[in-house]
Structure formats: structure tokens, C-alpha cells
Design a protein around this ligand. Sequence first.
Ligand SMILES: *[C@@H]1O[C@H](CO)[C@@H](O)[C@H](O)[C@H]1NC(C)=O
Ligand SMILES: *[C@@H]1O[C@H](CO)[C@@H](O)[C@H](O)[C@H]1NC(C)=O
Ligand SMILES: *[C@@H]1O[C@H](CO)[C@@H](O)[C@H](O)[C@H]1NC(C)=O
Length: 195
Amino acid sequence: MATLFQNPISHLLTIFTLFCFITIPSTGANYGFLKSIVAKKIELGKEKLSHFRFYWHDITAGKNASVVTVVQPPSNASATSFGMINVIDDPLTEGPQLSSKLVGRAQGFYTLSSQQEISLLMAMNFVFVEGKYNGSTITVLGRNTVLNKFREMPVIGGSGLFRLARGFARLKTYKFDIKSGTATVEYNVYVLHYY
Ligand SMILES: *[C@@H]1O[C@H](CO)[C@@H](O)[C@H](O)[C@H]1NC(C)=O
Ligand SMILES: *[C@@H]1O[C@H](CO)[C@@H](O)[C@H](O)[C@H]1NC(C)=O
Ligand SMILES: *[C@@H]1O[C@H](CO)[C@@H](O)[C@H](O)[C@H]1NC(C)=O
């Protein structure tokens, strides 16, 4: 035993070398915080494709106002309001009328992100309130050229019943009041998800 502790540094080196030799060939690397598991373990269920249709209301004024401008465009010379940022908590309804059934809310922001045309970068969470979907979210991040008839944005994820969601949203303006800026947009969202 005495010789074992005579040179503790070389002893440690030997152990370290042995350790690398044993663990690296079997796992590639030793990361204590990460391991592969089978999907069954987190009970994802079967993957399925769902189609949602609802109407998104961006209301600029009045008692139901749902959008606030938090950053004005830095220069009024920009015809495209380049640089403006709006934060939204917009109602999502089953039908095109605001008074129709509320299915959720779109919470997030959009920024005017083009110097050449009216185009938004949108980052939103759709938070559903209906039945078993109550509290589950779908996240949309994309480019929205609002004056075009059809637009499309990616669904980049989700939570709750929409874990690992991916898909896309197709948008079509239903109503736009150019004076106030209030808009109603039809969203058709196609999502691959589990449950
Ligand atoms: C842009 O116009 C608004 C309202 O007309 C004004 O309050 C703001 O100061 C202007 N901004 C610049 C950078 O000129
Ligand atoms: C506010 O929204 C409700 C429906 O949620 C609607 O019945 C009401 O007319 C709206 N009020 C205004 C001022 O637009
Ligand atoms: C949705 O969940 C919230 C709490 O997370 C609850 O207050 C609300 O009543 C629920 N709504 C429905 C329709 O179940």
C-alpha cells in the first residue's frame, strides 16, 4: 500500500486514463446530464395531424383594445413603419365575429421588419382555453406580409397537448380597417403533434 501513495499524481493519472478508456468507447462521451430514452417513457402517445381554424382579432382602440405599440418607429420617414414593435394579447374566436366563441388568445409581439414593404416578424403563443386544450400552447414564429392575400408562417413548437408540435399556419385577412388598423385574420393551422 505504501508504494501506491508514494506518487499520488501518477496514481490519479492512471485512474483517469483507465476511466477514459472504459467510458469513452461505450458512450462516446460521459455527460451525466444527458441520456437517450425511449419515447414511451414520457408518454407522448401517437403522432397525429390536426387542422385548426379560428379568427385572430388585433384591436387597436376601444374597450376591447388588444394591442399596444411599445416602440414607435425611430423615424417617421419610413413608409413601412420599419422598427415599430407592438405587443398583443389578441382574442382568437371560432367565427369571424368578435362576439363568437372564444377559443384562445394570441400572446406575443410583432415588429415591422422590412424597409421595402409592410411586413411583420411575428412571435406568438396561441393559448387555448377550450376543454382539454385549456392551457396548452402552440408557438408561431414567422414573416407576415400583411397586404398579401395569403401568408404562411411556421409553427415551431408547443406545450401541453402540443409538445413537439411542428407545422404551419396559413393566413387570410378577413377584415382590415385601414384607418384604425384593427384587423380580423382567418388562421388555418396545420400541426403535427401527439396525444
Ligand atoms: C413621429 O410622429 C409622432 C406623432 O406624429 C411623434 O410623436 C414622434 O415624435 C415622431 N418621431 C420622430 C422620430 O420624429
Ligand atoms: C367587445 O367585445 C365583445 C365580445 O367579446 C363585444 O360584444 C363588444 O361589442 C365589444 N365592444 C366594443 C366596444 O367593440
Ligand atoms: C382553464 O384553466 C384555468 C386555470 O388554468 C381555469 O381557471 C379555467 O376555468 C379553465 N377553463 C376551462 C374552460 O376549463
